[in-house]
Design a protein around this ligand. Structure first.
Ligand code: SF4
Length: 448
């Protein structure tokens, strides 16, 4: 087994822990468990449904998501055909329809709006007719890019029940967008935002990035104000990361304390600006307008057990197993995985082939991680009710370390909650809660 170093809190920017364990800790499942067996004993009355569309118009320089640029003729149709076959197989594996209900749905990517309006209609049909999700009755979140957020696509999504449209803007300054290898013009972004507001989808989320080359306090505030002019119900502020095999990979080798300081300063500036404009902080990245309509699960809650992911980059979660297809960041490997996916017959989707078993220890870590990294923190009574122990018994050393750094609020007997500085260091805290086995698996993962 490869021994991975215990992460330290030397840099505030170690990794974004939006799901635990990370996909790079997954591995081949030699027993290829049948989905019927995996789902037989699971509660299925409040499942989450996630449909993954692995196509984008351009590859942003910071992106390590599972997506390919463009699609040769016929590939999106072939992909939707495969998605339909997978949906049919998975739905059959869930069993008796009476007890199966989806409580949330999301289309992610990639860029789901890379699909045409007609293809989006088909995507919704797959979710509704094949999976049995009632899209108009549950929160439905969709990701989009400015160029693909066209009126006809938005009309389909609004009509089918989309409640949240998330637009990846990253920066309203054209030179910064270019520096992040996401070339787009401010005028096009503004036009897309106008179309989204015209479509009257209840929640608009805007993603912005800080830490871009050349970005200053002034330009960052300029982007924030440009976003605020649209009164978005949600804003996500992401620190820029440079990850292996992405377009920015070659630009910043090794640790960069000055860049860390720039990101921390811009984070605090952005946080304070949004708080002063009536937003509430829900996590290091997520801010919601205080008067926005409630939106069901947010970024951590959608990672709870009972997730059905369809598409070749999607994960699925049962209580005992997290699984997906193979994962890659490099374009050549991604194409091969998509080609394999679209070539599969319906029976090719009946087993889990790649994933990670969840032990009781990993379930505790996951619960702690995904609660502690939220502003509201972890309710100790909930943890005790679920696991029969207190977090202080299970993770005493880690919690002491965080408290010593001033990252934990002092009285944690009822609720463990990060301080403002703790939230700012979420990306250093998360990796310190990974198990040795998960760290070792991630270290052994070969980037491809
Ligand atoms: S950041 Fe979004 S739009 Fe850009 S390449 Fe990644 S998935 Fe596509």
């Amino acid at each position: 087994m490869t021994l991975a170093p215990q992460p330290t809190d030397a840099s505030p920017y170690q990794s974004y822990v939006y799901a635990y364990p990370h996909k790079t800790a997954y591995g081949p499942l030699p027993d290829r468990p049948a989905l019927t067996a995996l789902w037989a004993g699971e509660p299925k009355d409040a499942l989450s449904l996630y449909l993954h569309v692995p196509f984008c118009e351009v590859r942003c320089g910071f992106c390590n998501l599972f997506t390919r640029i463009g699609a040769p003729d016929g590939l999106t149709t072939a992909y939707l055909d495969a998605l339909e076959r997978q949906a049919t197989t998975v739905r059959a594996a869930l069993g008796d329809s009476a007890g199966v209900r989806f409580a949330t749905a999301a289309f992610g990517g990639g860029t789901p709006t890379f699909l045409t309006a007609a293809e989006l209609t088909r995507l919704c049909d797959i979710a509704e007719h094949r999976m049995g999700a009632d899209l108009r009755a549950v929160p439905l979140s969709v990701e989009a890019s400015p160029a693909t957020a066209t009126a006809d696509r938005l009309a389909v999504l609004a009509d089918r029940g989309a409640t949240r449209l998330s637009l990846g803007v990253q920066s309203f300054v054209d030179t910064e967008a270019r520096a992040a290898v996401r070339p787009q013009r401010r005028a096009d972004v503004e036009a897309a935002l106008a179309r989204i507001r015209d479509a009257a989808i209840p929640v608009l989320n805007i993603d912005l990035i800080y830490g871009i080359d050349g970005q200053t306090d002034t330009t960052w505030l300029h982007s924030l104000d440009a976003a605020l002019a649209w009164h978005p119900e949600e804003l996500y502020l992401y620190p820029l990361y440079v990850r292996p095999l992405t377009g920015l990979d070659r630009r910043r080798p090794g640790p960069d304390p000055a860049w860390d300081q720039q990101r921390l300063r811009l984070y605090r500036l952005g946080r304070d600006h949004l708080l002063a404009h009536g937003y509430v902080q829900h996590s290091m990245r997520m801010f919601r307008r205080a008067d926005a309509p409630p939106q069901g699960p947010d970024d951590y809650a959608c990672q709870t057990d009972g997730m059905i992911g369809l598409g070749c980059g999607a994960r699925s979660y049962t209580a005992g197993l997290h699984y997906s297809f193979d994962y890659a960041v490099g374009m050549h490997e991604i194409r091969a995985i998509i080609d394999d996916y679209v070539a599969r017959p319906a029976a090719g989707f009946a087993h889990a082939e790649y994933g990670r078993r969840m032990t009781p220890d990993e379930a505790r870590r996951r619960h702690l991680l995904q609660s502690l990294l939220q502003a509201e923190g972890l309710a100790v009574a909930d943890y005790r009710a679920r696991f029969g122990t207190d977090p202080a018994e299970d993770f005493g050393a880690e919690l002491h370390r965080f408290a010593d750094r001033g990252w934990l609020e002092p009285d944690g007997t009822r609720r463990l909650r990060l301080t403002a500085e703790g939230l700012a260091h979420s990306d250093a805290i998360g990796p310190q809660l990974f198990s040795p086995a998960v760290r070792a698996a991630m270290a052994a993962y070969e980037s491809k």
